[in-house]
Design a protein around this ligand. Structure first.
Ligand code: FAD
Length: 279
């Protein structure tokens, strides 16, 4: 019964959206602040034309929302869009970012996710949107919120940081990541890692950059002791400037790097940190 009511509400919302040709952005947040990537999603929504609404659903927000909404509406969702060519034609990547695929979606209601780093952030001021408080429907009782464990960090969030310093297996241990934290402190950077560093237990898996980790596109990405496997590149190759520090001149990371330093990281990184401190 409740499911039928929810489906009916969704259909009504969908028919309204169709009538007004508007886009509904589902905001990502932690019940206190919006994640910066929501602003990039708003930019993507604006590219479609029409009115843009933003749904901030709290307090115990469910993940996995998009597949459920698409299921209820009986439409095929399109995930991880990196470019909007027209209101029904989108570009997304496949095979770890190696092939760009242009898809035309002929569903009456389009349900999709965007890769935030492919769109610039929408301005946070100057808009005139009205804010409306909605009463949520009663819970269906199929799942229960228990708790959320978040890593606390004073550093910028990995996916929205302007500078990212990432370490790989070349760091050799979790303790040695301190070298990267010291460098990151000087650059106000987030710290990421390769999957090999995560799998070796050097750092937690929420720091992983790559195909099966986070996708980043900062102004500056510094890869330290990372070979540059295709799965790692899939998560950082859109960075504006890539710097690589590796002792192996043949390391594939140098093929995508704008600046490469063939050096022992245990010597080069502390030197860089000291130079930055002097500045
Ligand atoms: P390595 O390849 O071992 O490279 C270490 C580098 O450190 C070497 O180039 C070496 O020359 C250098 N080095 C060593 N000592 C020093 C020193 N003292 N000074 C300077 N340089 C030094 N990987 C990811 O990163 N992200 C992903 O999301 C991801 N997803 C994957 C998904 C699948 C399905 C698969 C199969 C693999 C995935 N991988 C991913 C793993 C990927 O294939 C590589 O194994 C991994 O990226 C290698 O990590 P690395 O570069 O740290 O380690």
């Amino acid at each position: 019964m409740l499911r039928a009511v929810a489906a009916q509400r969704l259909r009504r919302a969908a028919s309204l959206l169709r009538r007004f040709q508007s886009t509904l952005v589902i905001a990502e947040h932690n019940n206190e602040t919006l994640t910066p990537i929501t602003l990039n999603t708003v930019t993507a929504a604006k590219r479609l034309g029409g009115e843009v609404s933003c749904l901030v659903a709290g307090t115990s927000c469910d993940k996995n929302l998009i597949p459920r909404v698409a299921g209820k509406l009986d439409v095929a969702p399109v995930s991880d869009i990196i470019e909007i060519q027209s209101p029904d034609t989108f570009v997304r990547t496949i095979y770890a970012g190696n092939i760009l695929c242009t898809v035309q979606c002929d569903e009456a209601i389009k349900v999709f996710t965007v890769r935030g780093t492919s769109f610039e952030a929408a301005p946070t001021s100057g808009g005139s949107a009205s804010v409306e408080k909605l009463t949520p429907p009663p819970p269906v009782g199929l799942s229960e919120w228990i708790e959320q464990k978040l890593t606390k960090s004073d550093r910028p969030e990995l996916t929205s940081a302007k500078v990212v310093v990432s370490g790989g297996r070349g760091l050799k241990s979790g303790e040695n990541f301190k070298l990267l934290y010291d460098l990151a402190d000087q650059l106000h950077a987030a710290v990421g890692a390769s999957r090999a560093a995560v799998d070796a237990g050097f750092v937690p898996n929420d720091m992983q950059v790559g195909q099966t980790g986070k996708i980043v596109a900062p102004e500056l990405y510094i890869a330290v002791g990372i070979s540059g496997a295709i799965q790692h590149l899939a998560g950082m190759k859109d960075s504006k400037t890539i710097v690589a520090i590796n002792k192996d001149p043949e390391a594939p990371i140098f093929q995508v790097a704008d600046y490469g330093l063939v050096a022992d990281l245990f010597q080069a990184v502390p030197e860089m940190t000291e130079l930055l401190k002097k500045k």
